[in-house]
Design a protein around this ligand. Structure first.
Ligand code: NAD
Ligand code: DAU
Length: 349
């Protein structure tokens, strides 16, 4: 069946993998990638599909109400997969307002445009909101986040994402908009902006720079290879029940310090350096304000109901990721030029 799908944030890290997944796997779908191309958006992430006949790109801002309304007037969208957001916790601590605007108001603009455009005819439509496990707050040493865990966001980023989830549910319950939400754990893989832990560590080792570890490196994250997340999004998009939430995770918890040491080992091997060389770059720095101790996802609902499970092992996903960054120096150097330098100075001194 022909479907017109609006994917927002498709020039970003996860969005570019989702766009590619849908363009490759569903030649009968028309994929429209809407992205503002902020510092995190990069059309080089999707060069391999840019001339495919079922793909098009529109530069635009989800905060621009008039533009969003006109977009929905011009295109007969059957579905929205909404990923566009400000996504970096540290930036939300130093500058929360952009997060409030894009993640909350921007999401509401899309919800409202979809509601108005699909009024009276929303039976086969879908608004799919991509969210994060951070909405659930921070775990102690035990336990997992399930779909029933109460929301307890603790950073401006996670609070803005939690608000957007609430808005999506409000548009469902109040206006009958067909929605589905998934909340995923930490993604890693090619094309991630090097402000996030994994690409930042790879890049610093490459350049012989210190590796900044917040606090004692004791915080724990549940890591998932980005293509596994793209497959999960495909699964929820096609099989998820309207009004439901699905948690997505890697069942793959790592302390930051252990993950960083593993990356050091892979880098030493790939760069032909003596084992232990990169670990010398590890530097403990001031902790992130309000740093959540542990995230870990219970994915049993999406696995038992929809049949999704992660397929890429951590060892192989990290190997692939490191290789990608080492082989894509042009991409990395372009991304690192300009504003990245001033961001890095402000964040790390
Ligand atoms: P990213 O920062 O790499 O990409 C975000 C994209 O959104 C960029 O291309 C950017 O240009 C675009 N964008 C930002 N503001 C916009 C606006 N006003 N209008 C239009 N486009 C705009 O983010 P990511 O890591 O790929 O995350 C994508 C989504 O997945 C986010 O909603 C994030 O909350 C969620 N998520 C991320 C992770 C993770 O580990 N990265 C995990 C779970 C959920
Ligand atoms: O859990 C899902 C979330 O994962 C997503 O919703 C966010 O968009 C995504 O950015 C990510 O958030 P985190 O804060 O967990 O990711 P980040 O890569 O920034 O940090 C991972 C861990 O590493 C965290 O405990 C902080 C720590 N860290 C991070 C950086 C950038 C360091 O110790 N040093 C660093 O320089």
């Amino acid at each position: 069946m022909l479907k017109n799908i609006l994917i927002t944030g498709g020039a970003g890290f996860i969005g570019s993998h989702v766009v590619r997944h849908f363009v490759f796997n569903y030649p009968d779908y028309r994929v429209i990638n809407l992205d503002k191309l902020t510092y995190a958006g990069n059309l080089k992430n999707v060069t391999d599909i840019e001339s495919d006949s079922n793909y098009s790109f529109i530069k635009g801002d989800i905060n621009d109400v008039k533009f969003i309304r006109e977009l929905f007037d011009s295109y007969p969208f059957d579905a929205v997969i909404h990923l566009a957001a400000e996504s970096h916790v540290d930036r939300s601590i130093s500058g929360p307002m952009e997060f409030i605007k894009t993640n909350i108001t921007g999401t509401v603009n899309l919800l409202d445009a979809a509601k108005n455009s699909w009024a009276g005819n929303n039976k086969s439509k879908l608004f799919y909101h991509i969210s994060t496990d951070e909405v659930y707050g921070s775990l102690g040493r035990e336990g997992l986040f399930s779909e029933k865990t109460a929301y307890d966001p603790r950073s401006p980023y996670s609070a803005s994402k939690a608000s957007s989830d609430h808005m999506v549910r409000a548009w469902h319950h109040t206006y009958g908009l067909p929605v589905v939400i998934s909340n995923c754990s930490n993604n890693y893989g090619p094309n991630q902006f090097p402000e996030k832990l994994v690409p930042l560590v790879i890049n610093n080792i490459r350049n012989g720079k210190n590796i900044p570890v917040y606090g004692r490196g004791e915080n724990i994250r549940d890591w998932l290879y980005v293509e596994d997340h793209a497959r999960a999004i495909d699964t929820v998009f096609h099989k998820g029940r309207i009004g439901e939430t699905y948690n997505v995770g890697g069942n793959n918890e790592w302390k930051n310090i252990d993950l960083i040491k593993m990356l050091c080992g892979i880098m030493d091997k790939k760069l032909g350096r003596r084992q232990g060389t990169s670990e010398k770059l590890i530097t403990f720095v001031k902790d992130r304000a309000g740093h959540d101790l542990r995230y870990a996802i219970d994915s049993s609902k999406i696995t038992s109901e929809l049949g999704w499970r992660p397929s890429v092992s951590f060892e192989s996903g990290l190997e692939r990721t490191v290789s990608w960054y080492l082989e894509n120096k042009v991409w990395l150097n372009e991304v690192l030029s300009g504003k990245y330098k001033s961001y890095y100075r402000e964040q790390y001194g």
